[in-house]
Design a protein around this ligand. Structure first.
Ligand SMILES: NC(=O)c1ccc[n+]([C@@H]2O[C@H](COP(=O)([O-])OP(=O)(O)OC[C@H]3O[C@@H](n4cnc5c(N)ncnc54)[C@H](O)[C@@H]3O)[C@@H](O)[C@H]2O)c1
Length: 435
């Protein structure tokens, strides 16, 4: 944990700042410029912010958010504040924080922020606890760490929580398990399940930003290279298609037979993990599962193999096994690249196996987070308005909100689509029409 006292407000140059723990408040201006740059690409969130400023649907509501501290998240925080909320933010991953953004949130936007890039485990949970200390009434989580903490160690703060939202697949899986066990104590909206979230963010956002992270870390040529993508869900589909777009030869590793056939019919090679280990040059995991590549795979990999993960947790690559195989011969080669010397071969791990798109690049482009965070803002409004009608359970995004986000995005892009004619409406809703 850092030495900053999280219990008191900080002061910089005489100005009273909200409580925070950030790396360097002096770099706030850099953050503001980048937050404004991202905002240009977030027209839907801007429209929502303007409405929130007028209507103040979150007036007085305390929101505790645990999200990647990026420029796009900063624009979501501004939107919630415009709606009248008091927001406290911590990071949902120790390596995804953009320090200038964290500083800007505190110094320029007056939002309590607890996040430092590269924080250790104790510091990471210290930041989550600092958010819980604000006694949030609404939670916003990305991966369920905040909700888990509230339900395990900080039950003192549970009674005041009215509702929550969850951003990602892995978090939704954990919440579903909690709901099935009867352990979940308040209603949570699964933002990830909105079509305007996972169809775009998970697929196109992660697809592009994963390639971006791998390239920033390594600067390798992808054309002609053998790339293995483990998991062909929404994230894996995006990564595979973008890798192919860069000229790579792509093979998919799956455990679901239907998804494996889908990959095959999309034109990818499909092989087992062991076959892929010997074939691949670059490996990317996107399964949400544990130890997808482990000792038996590392043993078959070529000299120079590059390993990256884009799944939520750093558990997809069995790095403990790899470290043991390297017998301590591990060194930092360049930013976000670690070399593991296995004796006869060397393999390279990017961003310590954490989500490579956020740790080695800047996460998803703002244009796609526009829709994800429009859903987050509207889900917060929905939770604030409807929490008394909801039981402690996991809820999907109401379909009308989902469609509204899509409608606003098209409107912002000035793209018109057709509407069915009355004749067509009648035709598609009648069972009497036919040959
Ligand atoms: N990096 C990011 O910015 C980002 C963005 C969105 C989601 N995520 C995370 O990415 C992960 C995947 O998300 P998704 O939405 O694609 O999930 P998904 O459920 O749509 O897909 C996961 C796929 O992995 C497959 N799988 C499971 N175990 C496997 C194994 N051992 N080997 C091979 N395949 C296996 C499943 O069959 C499934 O097809 C989650 O952890 C999610 O939270 C990350």
């Amino acid at each position: 944990m850092t030495t900053t006292d999280l219990s008191r407000p900080a002061e910089t140059e005489g100005a009273q700042l909200p409580r925070h723990d950030v790396t360097d408040i002096g770099i706030a201006r850099d953050g503001v410029t980048r937050i404004e740059w991202a905002e240009r690409e977030m027209p839907v969130l801007r429209l929502i912010r303007e409405r929130f400023e007028r209507e103040r649907p979150l007036e007085g509501m305390r929101i505790g958010a645990c999200l990647h501290v990026t420029t796009e998240t900063a624009n979501l925080m501004r939107t919630l504040k415009a709606g009248g909320a008091q927001v406290a933010l911590c990071a949902s991953n120790p390596l995804s924080t953009q320090d200038d953004v964290a500083a800007a949130l505190v110094a320029e936007y007056g939002i309590s922020t607890f996040a430092r890039r590269g924080i250790d485990r104790d510091g990471y949970f210290g930041h989550l606890n600092a958010v819980v200390d604000t006694h949030p009434q609404l939670t916003q989580d990305d991966g369920c760490d905040l909700v888990s903490l509230l339900h395990r160690d900080r039950r003192d703060a549970l009674p005041g929580v009215l509702a929550g939202t969850e951003e990602t697949t892995t978090g939704v899986i954990r919440l579903r398990a909690m709901a099935a066990d009867g352990a979940l104590m308040y209603p949570i909206v699964a933002v990830n399940e909105a079509l305007t979230k996972h169809l775009f963010d998970n697929r196109y956002g992660t697809g592009q930003s994963t390639v971006d992270g791998i390239l920033r870390a390594t600067n390798i040529l992808l054309a002609g290279r053998h790339v293995v993508v483990a998991g062909f869900g929404w994230v894996g589909k995006g990564i595979a298609s973008r890798m192919r777009g860069m000229g790579a030869q792509v093979a998919i590793v799956e455990v679901d037979p239907i998804v494996a056939i889908e990959a095959l019919m999309d034109g990818y090679q499909v092989m087992s993990g062991l076959e892929a280990a010997a074939w691949g040059e670059v490996f990317v995991t996107a399964t949400g599962n544990l130890h997808v590549f482990r000792k038996e795979h590392f043993e078959r990999m070529h000299n120079g193999a590059i390993l990256a993960n884009s799944g939520h947790f750093d558990a997809e690559l069995d790095l403990a096994a790899l470290r043991e195989m390297a017998g301590g011969r591990v060194r930092n080669l360049r930013r976000d690249v670690q070399e593991y010397d296995l004796g006869d071969r060397k393999v390279y791990v990017l961003a310590e196996g954490r989500l490579v798109n956020l740790a080695a690049a800047e996460g998803h482009p703002a244009a796609v987070m526009d829709m994800s965070f429009a859903n987050q803002a509207l889900a917060a409004e929905y939770g604030a308005k409807h929490h008394t009608e909801l039981k402690p359970d996991l809820y999907t995004m109401p379909a009308d909100i989902d469609r509204e986000v899509a409608r606003l995005k098209l409107e912002a892009l000035e793209i018109k689509i057709d509407q069915m004619t009355p004749e067509q409406l009648k035709y598609v809703s009648s069972w009497q029409e036919g040959t």
